[in-house]
Design a protein around this ligand. Structure first.
Ligand SMILES: Cc1cc2nc3c(=O)[nH]c(=O)nc-3n(C[C@H](O)[C@H](O)[C@H](O)COP(=O)(O)O)c2cc1C
Length: 348
């Protein structure tokens, strides 16, 4: 399974094309919409999330509720587009619109404007915006939907925001908002009931830990990924860290799961545990110093409506990105053409 997304933050819509989805599995569109709603939630989000109520429209690949094996195209409308029709028009225009000329440190603005030779940073930020992750969540929710038919389920948890935990998180976000600054944080994703042997030790690009890290790291603002107790592992003795193997009731078991469910780049039958570390949101009411790309003079960084913190939303994106990886690996192991064949291979 692979997917591509298209769409600008204030464009007409976001689109995702998901290829290589097996035929004959019941796609639960309500589940996809529920995941999209979860991505919009969380304390500290900006005003945009009040405008949008993300819902997918199925454009192709599903008939009478079941997948056809053909590419699935899903579309999510941007409600905010009605306020941007002229500014985001795809037709040529003689109208002048105010350009964004001051890049935000920590965003794609400066490198993007140089790389794509743009004089208006809007042409970069429209696509680098994390609004794109809504399309990923739609694809990931379909993957979760498929995995759930095999009792494989995922969950998310925010562990900390700006170092604060539990009830202190809201206060920390409130105080950041007051100061015109932002916060990142740490989230954890877990997947249960994975079969042994997804991924492989045989090639560098088949190791599942590497594939998962890439998927999670590709989410805007995620700057570190941890599998199991990977960070503590660097300071631990081997005798204290590795998960001893036992055999009970006709199966291999472990009493600990420091490896987070992966050994040798493969699932080992234990729960998959992945943590993501998100940096603070780069758009801030109290601006950092930057430079006007036209005049090259010092200027306050650009500000427009933005989240103060989005760790919870980010965790939903990560859950769905990991679901896509697991779905894809599941197909490699058990087949990819139709649901019945995959089920038979799985139950063998
Ligand atoms: C769910 C989510 C929401 C985000 N919301 C914002 C936002 O409102 N404003 C902002 O400047 N960055 C936001 N970001 C982060 C930026 O998209 C990201 O920092 C930027 O694209 C640069 O990429 P990098 O941080 O990976 O270098 C968000 C990220 C995620 C995952």
């Amino acid at each position: 399974m692979r997917f591509l997304t298209a769409g600008e933050s204030h464009g007409k819509c976001l689109t995702v094309i998901i290829d290589d989805v097996p035929a004959n599995f019941e796609a639960d569109i309500d589940f996809i919409n529920d995941e999209l709603a979860k991505r919009q939630q969380g304390y500290g989000r900006g005003g945009r999330m009040l405008i949008e109520t993300d819902k997918v429209e199925v454009k192709s690949g599903i008939r009478f509720g079941k997948t056809l094996g053909s590419p699935i195209c899903l579309e999510i409308k941007n409600k905010d587009f009605e306020n941007w029709t002229e500014r985001m028009s795809s037709s040529p225009t003689d109208k002048e619109f105010e350009k964004i000329l001051v890049p935000r440190p920590g965003h794609a603005d400066l490198a993007g404007a140089i790389k794509y030779n743009q004089q208006d940073i809007r042409n970069i930020l429209e696509r680098s915006s994390a609004r794109e992750t809504a399309a990923r969540v739609a694809a990931g929710a379909l993957a979760q939907n498929f995995l759930s038919k095999f009792n494989i389920t995922g969950s998310t948890k925010v562990l900390s925001v700006g170092g604060a935990v539990g009830d202190d998180i809201k206060d920390k976000i409130d105080s950041a908002k007051e100061k015109g600054t932002t916060l990142g944080g740490v989230f954890e994703i877990r997947f249960k009931n994975l079969p042994v042997g997804l991924g492989s030790h045989t090639q560098w690009d088949r190791r599942l830990d590497g594939i998962i890290a890439q998927a999670v790291m590709s989410i805007p603002a995620v700057k570190a990924v941890e599998i199991g107790e990977g960070i503590k592992a660097s300071e631990a003795y081997g005798l204290d860290f590795h998960d001893e193997i036992f055999y009970e009731n006709d199966k291999y078991t472990r009493k600990t799961n420091n490896a987070g469910g992966l050994e040798g780049g493969m699932t080992n039958g234990e729960e998959l545990v992945v943590r993501g570390y998100m940096k603070p949101i780069p758009t801030m009411k109290t601006p950092l110093k930057s430079v006007n790309i036209e005049t090259k003079k010092e200027h306050d960084a650009h500000f427009e409506r933005s989240d103060v913190s989005a760790v919870e939303a980010c965790s939903i994106v990560a859950l769905n990105m990991i679901a896509i990886v697991l779905f894809s690996e599941f197909q490699k192991r058990y087949g990819s053409d139709n649901f019945e064949q995959i089920k038979a291979n799985y139950e063998k």
